[in-house]
Design a protein around this ligand. Structure first.
Ligand code: AMP
Length: 295
């Protein structure tokens, strides 16, 4: 039977109790509306740790668009049942104020700086989003304590800022081992996302072009196209194909060196390439990325 806890303090006690008994803890933070992508993280955690906990918290701090927050899908009871079915040991939630007991009003919450990995891409197109992510993730990590924490590469830049946060916390003795996990996709290639629930079947078809474009960029890299500007052009051209262009609007289509993220300038030579796309299909903003290769 899964233990479902209503507050961060109850979750902390549960985690402390297990850690005191030298039981290893795996942790999967989520915003709910769970799908196979989330469950792959839970399965990995179960395989690598003695107990696994998850959190379901739709973090208002990371929504730069209030309408997006309002429309974010939620189904708490179904999520808890799903987590129980797959063997998760504990799930917790809480109210924003409970994560920040030091402030009288949540408007006084001091936002964290995501650091160099937060520059550009999501940092540019969703101002305040990554700040909101690292601000809550720090509190989620402090709630659970030393653990392995599982994150999906679908949110690639997020894994980088969370890693950066983990390095800072390590300095004060809070050891979080951040484990990046592969992106789980629909048969069409569309990256699974809670937001996909808001797409029509036709829009899902259009959205699958993001993965097709990323895959073609990977092919191009494989046959020797290593110029980031040319690869970016190719991605954009593919996404601007007349069959789909009326339904898709690109925020960015970028190629970056994943090991040299912050040193990025347009002419930097790339050794470990990752292509990243953010685009709107209808009103729904989707992100995806793919490792192109190394040299
Ligand atoms: P979210 O609930 O969207 O905040 O996601 C919670 C975690 O699940 C994050 O670490 C995401 O990167 C991860 N995740 C979301 N979608 C996928 C996917 N399709 N494959 C793998 N991990 C995912």
């Amino acid at each position: 039977m899964i233990t479902s806890l209503p507050s961060p303090s109850a979750a902390s006690q549960w985690c402390d109790r297990h850690r005191n008994e030298k039981i290893s803890i795996g942790y999967v933070p989520t915003m709910g509306a769970l799908h196979e992508g989330h469950l792959s993280l839970v399965a990995r955690s179960i395989a690598e740790n003695e107990v696994t906990c998850a959190s379901i918290f739709v973090n208002p701090l990371q929504f730069n668009n209030p309408d997006d927050l309002k429309k974010y899908p939620q189904n708490r009871q179904r999520d808890i049942e799903t987590l129980q079915r797959v063997g998760c040991d504990m799930v917790y939630t809480g109210l924003l104020a409970q994560f920040f007991p030091e402030v009288e009003d949540v408007k006084q919450i001091k936002m964290n700086d995501p650091g160099p990995p937060g520059k550009g891409l999501e940092g540019k197109f969703r101002p305040g989003h990554l700040e909101g992510v690292v601000t809550i993730v720090e509190r989620l990590f402090r709630t659970v304590g030393t653990c392995r924490a599982y994150f999906g590469e679908k949110d690639y830049q997020q894994t980088l800022v969370v890693n950066h946060l983990a390095q800072r916390l390590k300095g004060e003795g809070l050891i979080i081992d951040v484990v990046p996990c592969p992106t789980i996709r629909e048969n069409s290639g569309l990256a699974m996302s809670s937001r996909n629930q808001r797409l029509t079947e036709n829009q899902k078809q259009v959205a699958s072009n993001i993965y097709q474009a990323l895959s073609r960029a990977k092919q191009s890299w494989k046959i020797g196209q290593h110029d980031p500007a040319a690869l970016q052009r190719q991605l954009r051209e593919q996404l601007a194909h007349p069959d789909i262009s009326p339904d898709i609007s690109i925020d960015y289509a970028a190629v970056r060196d994943q090991n040299n993220w912050s040193a990025h300038t347009p002419n930097t030579e790339i050794s470990n390439a990752r292509a990243l796309v953010a685009a709107y299909v209808g009103e729904v903003r989707l992100i995806d990325n793919l490792y192109l290769g190394g040299r």
